[in-house]
Ligand binder design. Sequence first.
Ligand code: ATP
Ligand code: MG
Length: 301
Amino acid sequence: MTGAEGRPAAICVTNAKGGTGKTTVAINVAGALNERGRDVLFVDLDPQGNATEGLGLVEAYDAAPPTLFDVLTDPEQRDALSDIVVSHPEMDVVPSNIDMLQAEHELTLANVMAKLAADPTLDGDPAGLAPLTINAGPSTVEGDHALDALHLALAELETDYDYVVVDSPPFYGQLTDTAIYAARNVLIPALTEATSERAIELLFDQIAALEDRTGISITELGVVANRVESTNEDEEMLQWLETVFSDVPVWAVRKRVALQRSFSQGESLFRYDPTVDMADVFTDIATTLDERFGYVEEVTA
Ligand SMILES: Nc1ncnc2c1ncn2[C@@H]1O[C@H](COP(=O)(O)OP(=O)(O)OP(=O)(O)O)[C@@H](O)[C@H]1O
Ligand SMILES: [Mg+2]
């Protein structure tokens, strides 16, 4: 089964604020979708490689090229994506890699090259930047931006996945834009604390800027209020999130040590211990996504 336009439904789990639960939410949403019988490709776009490590794929993080870095920065190596996919009992995984630490820099220069080549009013030779990059060069950058790198690489995959779930890094920049551009749909984990207000405002700004720059339209699928505790501040922030996101679901994931333990075991709650109460929240998210993307019948994994 495939989503709209014959492509998998793709979701970027994002919030540039660190430690909000992006990786935890991404792994558990992927686990919940798998539990419903969906085929999931998980993409770890964070150079920290937390999800890669969390899913027990440390060797892939240290693997020699070609890696996700090459797939994103060199169109001639884009089709290497299928070679770097690793199997996990619950999902297929595109692991991050230590080389991804260079990706933000490379994509920044690739985007500058693309802009210089596309806009004759700008004074500068894209070729002059080539010595500063490892892979990207004027001949490898098409169009007026390089943010479609993951989108194009995913289009070349031959396996039919129902979903692609992308875990994004904790900073605003080209990598996160590349993840959002590929997915077109965002799921936003947010802590129920005051700092989330600014983080959400910045995310809205980033999404608007990306839409302006590339002409795509991005959908907010919902918010996952994470590590919620029973304090007044948490309750007030939950209400604030529900007001700001009045058109989409706001799920509440409570603070549970089982989420940390399942992560350390390299699996989602659904393999670690599906009886943990928060598994129901992730099942609810997966069910809502299935409804949203037209995957109606439940298939037992
Ligand atoms: N609901 C929860 N209950 C308890 N611990 C949690 C919960 N959600 C996340 N954690 C823990 O909080 C820490 C941060 O979570 P996580 O790594 O998922 O956040 P992140 O947004 O991906 O971080 P980064 O910004 O570094 O990528 C981890 O140790 C994780 O196990
Ligand atoms: Mg993370």
